[in-house]
Design a protein around this ligand. Structure first.
Ligand SMILES: NC(=O)c1ccc[n+]([C@@H]2O[C@H](COP(=O)([O-])OP(=O)(O)OC[C@H]3O[C@@H](n4cnc5c(N)ncnc54)[C@H](OP(=O)(O)O)[C@@H]3O)[C@@H](O)[C@H]2O)c1
Length: 324
């Protein structure tokens, strides 16, 4: 089978496309013929050795796939060859076939195509867990989303709208903000030319935002936290800007607010039943037509380096999907 391989840590252009051995199903695992694999920010970190998971070389990046079951290992009873499935694999998905854990593989519901199925779990799973389980977002509350047109950001905008919040999208270009408006943001802030704090003051009449969803980090974080409302919840989701901010601890004291960590992967491992319920809720939103992932482009395996470079250069709105 063909696979994109990372043989040493480096930038996307060091990845190669090669013929390799097909994986074999083992106990509790199954082989999926990959039809689509979503691109996520951690893929860019993993190939550079900057992510918390470091698979042995050579490995294929690509953490969420959709495809058809080719072979099932001992102990798997809920799936059989030929079933259309989507799965979280962590890595290995930028390939024609991948080995997946039975416990992290789910049947694709009727009416959903594989590109959509490969674009759901990571971004929407993270954002739903963040907004529902960590922030307890309530209808009528104000939600500020930073990096709002990115993968997890756009999912947060959409889910915020579904959950009845007033969504304020903040991003670096007007084109990105136009997409956020189409997806459910009532207000927008272009933080490359507008002052974040001043605009939040204007939008909220000075009371601040109730929930802040921050997958960006860097300099934006402290300015955002200074604009949170009394008893607000600040969600620490990621550091796409590259630097991990240090926050003065007097701010949560003065605001009476909570700074809340979000680690969806660990949540899915430690609370699989709760995660399963969240996935079911997301599938229901999709089936009711309330939610639809925005796919910017589909690329073949050969264009994985281009896809990862676009992500690292802030050129992606919503999702890129690899279709081997
Ligand atoms: N905690 C969790 O469980 C969890 C789960 C999934 C992802 N994450 C993290 O969330 C972050 C976003 O992931 P994603 O898949 O949504 O990525 P993405 O699609 O690339 O979105 C990231 C956004 O961050 C902004 N950004 C600012 N500076 C950037 C830079 N130097 N490089 C790249 N982007 C920059 C960009 O928006 P603007 O151009 O508008 O500023 C971009 O749209 C990552 O740090 C990822 O590791 C965390």
């Amino acid at each position: 089978m063909k696979a994109v391989l990372c043989r040493q840590y480096g930038p996307p252009e060091t990845l190669t496309v090669e013929e390799t051995e097909s994986p074999k199903a083992t106990k509790g695992k199954l082989v999926i013929q990959v039809k689509a694999c979503g691109v996520n920010f951690p893929d860019t970190l993993m190939i550079q050795g900057k992510y918390q998971f470091k698979p042995p070389f050579p490995f294929s990046p690509g953490g969420e796939v959709a495809g058809v079951v080719k072979e099932v290992g001992e102990g798997i009873t809920h799936l059989k060859p030929g079933d259309a499935v989507f799965a979280l694999t962590g890595w290995g998905g930028f390939a024609e076939e991948v080995l997946a854990d039975g416990s992290k593989t789910f049947p694709i519901p009727d009416g959903m195509d594989s590109v959509t199925a490969a674009s759901l779990m990571y971004t929407y799973g993270t954002s739903y867990h963040a907004l529902k389980d960590r922030a307890n977002l309530q209808p009528g509350e104000t939600l500020l989303v930073l990096g709002a047109a990115g993968g997890v950001g756009l999912a947060a905008v959409e889910l915020g709208r579904i959950m009845g919040a007033k969504v304020v999208a903040a991003a670096s270009t007007d084109e990105k903000l136009a997409l956020c408006q189409q997806t459910g943001a009532g207000e927008t802030i272009n933080y490359s030319r507008e002052d974040l704090r001043e605009r939040i003051r204007e939008i909220t009449g000075g009371s601040g935002v109730d929930v802040i969803y921050d997958p960006v980090g860097g300099d934006l974080s402290e300015a955002a936290l200074r604009s949170i409302s009394w008893r607000g919840r600040y969600l620490v989701v990621g550091f796409a800007a590259g630097s991990i901010p240090s926050i003065p601890l007097n701010l949560p004291l003065l605001k009476g607010c909570s700074v809340v960590g979000v680690f969806w992967g660990a949540f899915a491992e430690k609370q699989p039943k709760d995660n399963f319920k969240n996935v079911q809720a997301l599938l229901t939103f999709y089936q009711k037509g309330e939610m639809k992932p925005h796919i910017q482009a589909e690329y073949p395996l050969e264009k994985v380096p281009q896809a990862l470079t676009e992500m690292m250069h802030r050129q992606v709105m919503g999702k890129l999907v690899i279709t081997p």
